[in-house]
Every structure is written in C-alpha cells, then in structure tokens.
Design a protein around this ligand. Structure first.
Ligand SMILES: Nc1ncnc2c1ncn2[C@@H]1O[C@H](COP(=O)(O)OP(=O)(O)OP(=O)(O)O)[C@@H](O)[C@H]1O
Length: 308
C-alpha cells in the first residue's frame, strides 16, 4: 500500500448509459494533508468523479484509490477512509440530528465508545438542535449536518461537493473556518466550488476539469501565474475621445474622459512599456493602477480555450 496520496485517480473515464462521456481519461493525485480544489463549469464532470469515489457511480475504465486502497480491489477500506458531503440535501425528516449521526456511525461500524456525535454537532454549531427534527432545520443547518454525517467515522479524507451552494455569506465563512480547522488537524480536504475566490483563498492545489477532461492541475499560486493578461488603468492629462490603441496592446477601453484601461500580454510587454507607448502618443500620465490576475482570469482562459 502506498501512503503518499490521499486520492489517486488514474486514466478514469465514464460513459453513461445513452453514450454521454462525462469523464475522459482523467488522472491526478491529491496530496495528503492538502486542501484540494476541483473546479470546472457546470456539467464538467466533477460530480461524476466524486460519485465514482463514493461508489455511487461505476467508472467505465481506469483505476482509483483512496488512502492507498484500490476502489475495485478493496472498496471497504477505500470507503472507510473517505467522507463525502453530497451536493444535494437528503435526510430522513423524522430523525433528530443526534440520531442521524448515531445511525450513520452505526452504518460505518463505529463502536458506541468511539462515537462523537455531540462533538461533531458542537463543531457544526448544531448542539442546540441535537434533538430537533431534521425537517425543522434551516437549509444552512442541514448542510452543516451533512458535513457532520460525513465525519462520523473520522476519515482522513473528506470531500465536499459544492458545500456552500445556496448558503449565505456569514455561514459560508463559518463553514470555511471549520474546513481550515479540520485540515489543520490533519484531514485532507477535497472541495468543488463555483466560488473561485474561495478556491483561491483556501486551496493549496487546484485541478480544473472541462468537458470531462483534466485541463490543469497545479499549486494555486502557479495556476494564477498562468494568467498571461494583465491590465493597467491610466488617468491622463488630456480629455480622450477614443481609447489610445497600440499594436502591442490586447485591448484598450475608455472608462471615462480621462481614464483608460489597457490590457496587455505580460509575455510580450511590461507595464513600463505600456506607459511609454501611451506617453509617446502625447499623453501625460497622471495616475496608474494595476490589476493582478486572479483565478477567475485563468479559469476563463483555460475553460474557453479547451472547449473546441
Ligand atoms: N446519470 C447520468 N446519465 C447520463 N448523463 C449524466 C448522468 N449524470 C450526469 N450526466 C452528464 O454528465 C456530464 C457531467 O455531469 P456532472 O454532474 O458530473 O458535472 P458537474 O461538473 O458536477 O456539474 P455541476 O457543477 O453542474 O454539478 C453532464 O453532461 C451531465 O449531463
């Protein structure tokens, strides 16, 4: 058994009945101890991949292992080492949160002495709802209960599929704080999210899937470094009737009479050269702000480029 990867995915493909190819030869590893982001536009294949890991969807080919246990050869141990928080909220409405956790722990064969239902409810700030019916919980509370459910068997890897979809900002912040805490305590966290800003802040490493294919997998900082386009916003001394254009600029847009936003390719020129080109057009520069690339830029560039 190899222990260096929390999850290893090798050449995994999935073709659903009816012929839809949701995953096409996807391979990547999730390092132990990381917070790993799995990003992609709607329908990219993220849920399919997560459902394969949870055993809910059968892959068509390839192999995968969790904490070193092969999904095909040793599904029991593979499952024992992962906790999956699904995208959809599903509960038996007649159980209380405490009962739901006890039941889940029972399903995983966690002995009574090792159960930590109250501890998990406290961590998810649900202790005062321990004995309420699940159907009386708010959407955010249900989502937190789902996270607690995925943790009953103390798995070293937890996967959160869009955990903050439809959750208000304050609660999102709380959920992420808990995720960070969980990770600090040694749990490897894999998450899918549409909120690129959150992925950028939280994740050590990010994989991007588009149309079933892995199109990037890098440490977050490197991925952001892949953005080629940078922008400067210049305030000039003269009133502008048209945006100053130069063949080396990617784009030039008039923001107001005196302000122009210029996008350039950082491989072709630097900010100094952009300023020099504008000055050479007879304009004096009064003020400059630069815009750093973020994950959103990279994401859009990669996902639009790979769609052909
Ligand atoms: N059971 C199924 N049968 C046939 N096609 C499916 C099935 N489940 C998903 N698909 C298709 O496979 C593709 C990938 O879907 P998947 O749900 O994995 O994407 P996703 O990246 O998780 O998207 P989202 O962010 O919207 O959840 C989509 O085109 C989807 O319509």
């Amino acid at each position: 058994m190899t222990e260096q990867h929390a999850i290893s995915i090798q050449n995994v493909s999935k073709i659903y009945q009816g012929g839809k190819q949701a995953l096409d030869d996807v391979s990547f590893d999730v390092p132990q101890g990381s917070i790993f982001g799995l990003l992609g536009p709607n329908g990219a294949g993220k849920s399919t991949l997560i459902n394969i890991l949870s055993g809910m969807v059968m892959k068509s080919s390839g192999s995968a292992s969790i904490w070193g246990f092969d999904l095909d050869a040793d599904i029991r141990n593979a499952k024992a080492n992962i906790g999956i928080v699904p995208q959809e909220i599903m509960f038996d409405p007649f159980f209380t949160p405490f009962e739901a956790l006890e039941l889940q722990a029972g399903l995983y064969g966690v002995p009574k002495s090792k159960r930590r239902s109250m501890e998990l409810l406290r961590a998810m700030r649900l202790e005062d709802k321990a004995d309420a019916y699940a159907r009386t919980l708010s959407g955010g509370m249900k989502r937190r209960l789902l996270i607690a459910k995925a943790m009953v068997h103390s798995p070293p890897v937890i996967v959160l599929d869009e955990p903050t979809a439809g959750v208000d900002i304050e609660l999102r912040q709380q959920l992420w704080e808990y995720v960070v805490q969980l990770n600090k305590n040694g749990t490897t966290v894999v998450l899918t999210t549409h909120y690129l800003e959150e992925a950028e802040q939280l994740c050590d490493e990010i994989a991007i899937i588009n149309h079933g294919k892995l199109i990037a997998k890098k440490p977050t900082k490197e991925l952001i470094g892949m953005a080629r386009e940078k922008a400067v916003v210049l305030t000039v001394d003269k009133e502008l009737t048209a945006a100053p254009m130069h063949e080396a600029f990617e784009k030039s847009e008039l923001i107001s009479d005196h302000v122009v936003a210029i996008t350039y390719n950082k491989d072709r020129m630097n900010a100094g050269e952009v300023l020099a080109a504008v000055q050479a057009m007879g304009l004096a520069i009064v003020d400059v702000t630069t815009k750093e690339a973020d994950l959103e830029d990279v994401f859009l560039t990669l996902t639009s480029g790979a769609s052909e």
